[in-house]
Ligand binder design. Structure first.
Ligand code: HEC
Length: 137
């Protein structure tokens, strides 16, 4: 019985976090930075990521927005850029195979989008948390 439980837990933990190799290396780098920010840091947390993604803040152009303002509360659906009205394809990697595959894209947009909503760049813990959250969608 014990053996069965152990074996059945392993694949679950792998699937919970199935980033591609490139993104996984980026996540591991963020973890090193996170440890420097908080010595008690253990792992990123999609619950904290949800808060980062859904909470509203006075952002760009003095407008109260959240990440969901452009990306939709349901990440499997299209969003719309609140500033340009352009349609944004779903952010969910399940709904959109192009998501979370390129570190260059992810870094660029996290930098821009944190500034849009929080008026400053996210730190390593915030970036990791929000990527874990997006990856659950
Ligand atoms: C003002 C609109 C806007 C807001 C607010 C916004 N985003 Fe974005 N986001 C975009 C656009 C535009 C793109 C690039 C276009 C595309 O990839 O479809 C993008 C792309 C991304 C990507 C790239 C994903 C990939 O692999 O292609 C991530 C990650 C992301 N956003 C996360 C966030 C997070 C986290 C927040 C909140 C801190 C946020 N976004 C808030 C407009 C926004």
């Amino acid at each position: 019985m014990k053996k069965f439980i152990l074996v059945s837990l392993i694949p679950l933990s792998v699937f919970a976090n199935n980033f591609n190799d490139q993104i996984q290396i980026y996540i591991d780098q963020l973890k090193v930075e996170a440890k420097n920010i908080d010595p008690n840091f253990n792992d990123f947390d999609s619950k904290r990521g949800e808060e980062i993604f859904t909470s509203k803040h006075i952002g760009k152009k003095g407008q109260e927005i959240s990440c969901t303002s452009c990306h939709n509360l349901d990440l499997t659906q299209e969003g719309k850029n609140v500033f340009t009205n352009k349609v944004i394809k779903p952010l969910s990697p399940t709904a959109n195979k192009e998501r979370l595959i390129s570190v260059k894209e992810v870094e660029k947009w996290l930098r821009r989008n944190f500034k849009d909503v929080y008026l400053k760049e996210g730190n390593a813990i915030q970036k990791g948390d929000v990527l874990y959250y997006i990856n659950t969608k």
